[in-house]
Design a protein around this ligand. Structure first.
Ligand code: PGA
Length: 235
């Protein structure tokens, strides 16, 4: 919780300095603590999201926005229904878009049209993915459609009734979209993330570990619990 509070405070500070900040948001288990802190602070009148804009990193393809497992639904249930960010300022790729290429271009242009992302919140997958940028042979720049890796399908099958129900594809901001954010906050918790955190921060910068590209970003803060940071010397 200490970790979530730190991440929540850092991003909240950006919103109080710049009320119309553009936030990049993430789903998964790790950001939930951050959203809880914002909800509490919003209820206490300490944060005002009414002028802020947010873009989510990713969304499954071929999933209805109201489906229980959609990231749109996750954001509404875990954050948007409890804060005052305006619906027209909350952006998530459209999982039901008819044409993926058009949807990717629309999303990328929308981000650029809002002046780019001020602060991007990121989780990290056990395989080093950020957003749904899976390990591969290249860093893909802009928002694009990806085939989910087996390990991601395994990890995310906990949210579905059967593994076969996990969508095979997803939209994700690209590595370039993420790297253009002016500030990045990566949160990680648990021993299961210790090895990938170490590889991403201290290993080779390679598309085989997508998060390793963050070594080239000028303003990244990694916030983890003791277990996730346990392979880093001196912590
Ligand atoms: P998690 O997901 O927070 O549920 O571990 C992180 C991710 O896959 O980016």
């Amino acid at each position: 919780m200490e970790m979530s509070r730190k991440a929540a405070n850092l991003i909240a500070a950006s919103v109080s300095l710049k009320p119309d900040a553009v936030l990049g948001l993430a789903t998964g288990d790790t950001p939930l603590g951050v959203y809880k802190c914002w909800i509490e602070r919003h209820a206490g009148g300490e944060i005002d999201f009414s002028a802020a804009t947010a873009f989510n990193l990713d969304e499954y393809r071929n999933i209805a926005p109201e489906a229980e497992q959609s990231y749109r639904r996750y954001m509404i249930d875990n954050l948007y229904s409890k804060i005052d960010m305006r619906p027209e300022n909350r952006h998530i790729p459209d999982g039901l878009a008819a044409d993926p290429a058009t949807e990717c271009e629309r999303y990328e242009k929308l981000i650029a049209g809002c002046g780019g992302i001020d602060v991007q919140l990121l989780g990290i997958g056990h395989n080093g993915h950020i957003g749904f940028n899976e390990p591969g042979g290249e860093f893909v720049g802009n928002t694009h459609l990806v085939a989910l890796s087996d390990s991601t399908i395994d990890a995310n099958s906990r949210f579905f009734r059967r593994r076969e129900d996990v969508p095979a594809e997803a939209y994700t901001m690209g590595i370039g979209t993420i790297m253009r954010a002016r500030m990045i906050i990566l949160v990680a918790s648990g021993l299961g993330k210790a090895e990938i955190i170490h590889r991403a921060l201290f290993g080779a910068v390679t598309p085989a570990v997508p998060a390793s590209i963050l070594q080239f970003h000028a303003n990244v803060t990694i916030i983890g619990d003791a277990a996730a940071l346990s392979m880093i010397d001196g912590i």
